[in-house]
Design a protein around this ligand. Structure first.
Ligand SMILES: Cc1ncc(COP(=O)(O)O)c(C=O)c1O
Length: 457
C-alpha cells in the first residue's frame, strides 16, 4: 500500500470515529439529492490526489454510521476492534480461500473455527463446514445438502415435487433459495407460529403428512434460532423428532441468535442442536465482527463434498480435501472472512464471546423494564430475546421510525407480527451500556414532544 494512502487511511478512520460521535446519525441524503451531494461520476481522466481524497472523505461522511450508539436499525452493530483488525489484514493479504497453496495457514484458521464450533454444538467427528458469505448463503448450502441427501438431483436435476418447511416468521432467504435451487417457491410450506413467534410443531407434522399423502417428497425443515423480527427460537428438539421420523434434513438458521451457543446462560435456547444436520450463525450479527462472516457447519462432511465439489485439475493440485476449502464451498475465489472471527475469538477467548452475548440480553432486559414501567409504551415482543418490539403513544411505527431518521435522531427499524406493527429495537451493539438504551427512549420521547405536528399529519 503506498504511503500516501496508508496515511490517508488513518485519517479517514479517524474521521469516521469522530463523525460517529459528533453525528451518530448522519444527515440522510435522499436519492434525489445524491448526485448533488457527492461526486460519484466516473470520468475518463484521472483527478488529483487532493480532489480524490476530498471527494472520498465527503462520501464517507455522508454514509450511515452502523457502529454508532444511535444505530439500532438492523441486526449488526458496534465494532469489535480486534475483529476489524483481522478483517483489514485479510484485505491486505488478499488470499483466496480455495486452496492451501494460496491461503496457507489461513485455511487452518477457517478449519479451527469450523471444528471448534462443531465441537461446541455437540456434532460428531464427521462434521465439517465453511465460512459463507452470509446467513442467506448458509441457508442455501443447507438446502442444497438436504435436497441432494434425499434425491439424485446432483446429476439428474430435480425430478420430484420436493417440499421444504419453514415457519412464517423465518427469513425470506429460504423462499428465495427454493427458487434458486430449482425447487420452486410454491414448494415452500410456511408453518404458522404460536403467539410467541415459534413454529407450531404439530402443524409442521400435519403439513408433512399431507404432502406425503399427495405424493410429494418432503426433504427439509428449517428452524430459526432468533427470528428476524421477534428474535424467537423454534424448538430444535421437537423439530428433530419429526425430521427423524420422516427422514428429513434439519437445518438450524442461527444467523441472528445462534451465537447464544457461546453463553452458558442462554445456550439452552438451542436445546437439541446436536441432533440437527446443519447449523449456521452469523458472527457479523451478535459477535459484532465486520460484515460478513457466517459460519456454516454440517454433521455430514461427505454430503458437503458431494454437493459442492467439482473436480478442477487446474486448481486443486495439492493437499488433502480438508485443506482445499474450494471443494466444500459455493464460491471458487472466496474472501478470507474467517480471519476477523479468529482474531476476535483468539484475543478474548470463548469467555469473552460469552460476555458479549450475555451483555446483549442484559441490555434487552433494561429496555423491556423501561417499556413495562412506562404506560405510554406497549410491548409486543417477549422475554429472552434481543429484539424489543414496542409502540410509543400509539404513533404509527413506520412514521415514527422514518421521522427519527430524517431528523438525524435515531436509526431504528419497524416490523410486524400478526396484526401489530411496531418499532423493533435490537440490543445487538455490545459497545452500548444501559445509558445508551435509556437515552434511546429519552430521544424518542423528546422528539415526539417537540414534533407532535409532524407525527400527526
Ligand atoms: C434469521 C435470519 N436468517 C438469515 C438471514 C440472512 O443473513 P444475511 O443477511 O447475512 O444473508 C438473516 C438476516 O437478518 C436472519 O435474520
Amino acid at each position: 500500500m503506498d504511503q500516501k494512502d496508508l496515511q490517508q487511511f488513518q485519517e479517514i478512520v479517524q474521521l469516521i470515529l469522530t463523525e460517529e460521535k459528533d453525528h451518530p446519525v448522519a444527515k440522510p441524503v435522499s436519492v434525489e439529492e445524491l448526485s448533488d451531494t457527492v461526486n460519484l461520476t466516473l470520468q475518463d481522466d484521472p483527478i488529483s490526489d487532493e480532489a480524490f481524497y476530498n471527494e472520498f472523505q465527503t462520501l464517507v461522511k455522508k454514509t450511515p454510521k452502523t457502529a454508532s450508539s444511535s444505530f439500532f436499525n438492523q441486526l449488526v452493530g458496534g465494532r469489535r476492534s480486534r475483529a476489524l483488525l483481522g478483517d483489514l489484514i485479510a484485505s491486505v493479504l488478499n488470499n483466496s480461500m480455495y486452496t492451501y497453496k494460496v491461503a496457507g495457514p489461513m485455511v487452518g484458521v477457517e478449519r479451527e473455527i469450523v471444528n471448534k464450533l462443531a465441537q461446541m454444538l455437540g456434532y460428531s467427528d464427521h462434521a465439517s463446514g465453511t465460512i459463507a458469505s452470509g446467513g442467506s448463503m448458509s441457508n442455501f448450502m443447507a438446502m442444497v445438502l438436504g435436497r441432494d441427501a434425499k434425491s439424485n438431483s446432483i446429476q439428474e436435476g430435480v425430478m420430484h415435487k420436493m417440499i421444504l418447511y419453514t415457519s412464517e416468521a423465518s427469513h425470506y432467504s429460504v423462499a428465495k433459495n427454493a427458487s434458486l435451487m430449482g425447487i420452486g417457491r410454491n414448494q415452500v410450506r410456511f408453518i404458522p407460529t404460536n403467539n410467541a413467534g415459534e413454529m407450531e410443531m404439530e402443524l409442521l407434522e400435519a403439513a408433512i403428512l399431507s404432502d406425503v399423502e399427495s405424493g410429494n417428497v418432503p426433504f427439509f425443515v428449517n428452524v430459526t434460532s432468533g427470528t428476524t423480527v421477534l428474535g424467537a427460537f423454534d424448538s430444535i428438539a421437537e423439530a428433530s423428532k419429526i425430521c427423524k421420523k420422516h427422514q428429513l434434513w434439519l437445518h438450524v438458521d442461527g444467523a441472528y441468535c445462534g451465537s447464544v451457543i457461546f453463553s452458558k446462560k442462554y445456550k439452552h435456547f438451542l436445546k437439541g442442536v446436536e441432533l440437527s444436520d446443519s447449523f449456521s450463525l452469523s458472527a457479523h450479527k451478535m459477535l459484532g465482527t465486520p460484515l460478513s462472516c457466517s459460519v456454516f457447519v454440517t454433521q455430514h462432511k461427505e454430503q458437503l463434498y458431494e454437493s459442492f465439489c467439482s473436480d478442477a485439475s487446474y486448481l486443486f493440485q495439492s493437499e488433502k480435501d480438508d485443506f482445499n476449502p474450494g471443494k466444500s464451498s459455493f464460491q471458487c475465489g472466496r474472501r478470507n472472512d474467517a480471519l476477523k472471527l479468529w482474531t476476535l475469538w483468539k484475543s478474548v477467548g470463548t469467555k469473552g464471546l460469552e460476555k458479549l452475548i450475555d451483555h446483549q440480553f442484559e441490555l434487552a432486559e433494561v429496555a423491556r423494564n423501561y417499556i413495562r414501567s412506562n404506560k405510554d409504551y406497549t410491548l409486543f415482543s417477549f422475554n429472552d430475546s434481543v429484539s424489543i418490539c414496542f409502540n410509543y403513544k400509539n404513533i404509527p411505527a413506520k412514521m415514527l421510525s422514518k421521522e427519527l431518521y430524517l431528523h438525524s435522531q435515531l436509526m431504528v427499524s419497524h416490523g410486524s407480527f400478526g396484526d401489530h406493527h411496531f418499532i423493533r429495537l435490537v440490543t445487538i451493539n455490545s459497545d452500548n451500556s444501559e445509558k445508551e438504551i435509556i437515552d434511546f427512549f429519552k430521544t424518542i420521547e423528546q422528539f415526539v414532544a417537540e414534533n407532535t405536528l409532524i407525527l400527526h399529519t
